[in-house]
Design a protein around this ligand. Structure first.
Ligand code: NAP
Ligand code: ZN
Length: 340
């Protein structure tokens, strides 16, 4: 017997949210039932609700920055008990058998990773995300929130944290590396802190100077406005690594020109329209243009522990369920500081 659960749903593309009741399955032997305490609003929620990435599955209950407390565990669950503080990120199932799942990179599952919402699970049931009061998730897809980290502050790390930690680590952000973070929103403000904690020299490239003071507080060594054309001249050949977290299309060639020989620009932003670039922007400096998508479960736990150890903390605004529509508009115009 599924359990009726309160949720906030978007009935159709771009429509306002409404309160609704959804069904959650009863916990099976490997499941964990979580009482949700908070959920972050990621720009990806907005892209999906507004149809930026193509048709979604409606009604949609978004939310993949979920934190809460374990209410019950199935008979075969180990390592979790009622009362534990836990999190759930961008996916809730994968085949568990392919080479990528075996490597702990479930995001690349050959059968297809099951997203936390706007997806069908392997039984064909629609998945519903964290804008709700409880969720039932396979134990493998649940992580522990470290002691001493507030649950609401931890929530954004379940997506913004892992999405930036994973490429920063993979591409060697660290001592002696000059790293630029493009866009200082939900992902970007966490990326600045993580890159700094990894030991890199960090520059923020934001469209204006309005958030400079915050950027420096997050650990940036330098801060530039990309609206100023002089910025790109001044920074020519400067960076070993650029992490692009911007939700809109950018003039990629200009950013590539700021990479040193052999430098890499890694995109995690997922704008609605295709990006374009000139091959010569890469050839001239043997440069690399790459992408990255969230991160696997072992790395998500590693990232949470890293953030706890290094004091990486999302700056959040707490809102109620009745304020979500307004919050979406504020995310879209970049006025949220820095995650709702
Ligand atoms: P966000 O909070 O809205 O931040 C995006 C930032 O991009 C803004 O704060 C702004 O920074 C900059 N920006 C926005 N519009 C711009 C424009 N027209 N021109 C230039 N800069 C602009 O969004 P988010 O939650 O961090 O997500 C960012 C992107 O990453 C989204 O596309 C999201 O879907 C994607 N994402 C991808 C993954 C993945 O796994 N790859 C995971 C999560 C999210 P400044 O004011 O500093 O310029
Ligand atoms: Zn996200």
């Amino acid at each position: 017997m599924p359990t009726a659960t309160e949720a906030l749903q978007c009935p159709q593309t771009g429509a306002p949210f409404e309160r609704a009741t959804i069904d959650r399955r009863d916990p099976g032997p490997n499941d964990i039932e979580i009482e949700i305490k908070h959920c972050g609003i990621c720009h990806s929620d907005i892209h999906q609700v507004r149809g930026d990435w193509g048709a979604g599955i409606f009604p949609m209950v978004p939310g993949h920055e979920i934190v809460g407390v374990v209410a019950a565990v199935g008979g075969e669950v180990e390592g979790f008990a009622a009362g534990d503080r836990v999190g759930v990120g961008c996916f809730v199932d994968s085949c568990g058998e392919c080479e990528h799942c075996e490597n702990g990179e479930e995001q690349f599952c050959v059968k297809g990773v099951v997203s936390t919402y706007n997806a069908r699970d392997y039984d064909g049931e629609t998945t519903y995300g964290g804008y709700s009061t409880r969720i039932v998730v396979k134990d493998h897809f649940v992580v522990h929130i470290p002691d001493g980290m507030e649950l609401d502050v931890a929530a954004p790390l379940l997506c913004a944290g892992i999405t930036t930690y994973s490429p920063l680590k993979r591409w060697g952000a660290g001592e002696g590396k000059r790293v630029a973070i493009v866009g200082m929103g939900g992902l970007g403000h966490v990326a600045v802190q993580i890159a700094k904690a990894m030991g890199a020299e960090v520059t923020v490239l934001s469209h204006s100077m309005s958030k400079e003071e915050d950027g420096r507080r997050f650990g940036a060594d330098a801060y530039y406005a990309t609206a100023d054309k002089e910025t790109f001249k001044a920074l020519r050949g400067s960076f070993d690594l650029i992490l692009n977290t911007v939700s809109a299309n950018l003039p990629i060639d200009r950013y590539l020109s700021t990479l040193n020989v052999g430098g890499a620009m890694v995109n995690v932003g997922a704008p609605a329209e295709p990006d374009t670039f000139r091959a010569f922007s890469l050839l001239g400096g043997r440069r690399i243009l790459a992408g990255s998508i969230v991160g696997g479960l072992p790395e998500t736990q590693e990232m949470l522990d890293f953030c706890a150890e290094h004091g990486v903390e999302p700056q959040i605004e707490r809102i109620t369920v009745d304020e979500v529509d307004g919050a979406y508009d504020r995310v879209a115009d970049s006025s949220v500081r820095y995650r709702c």
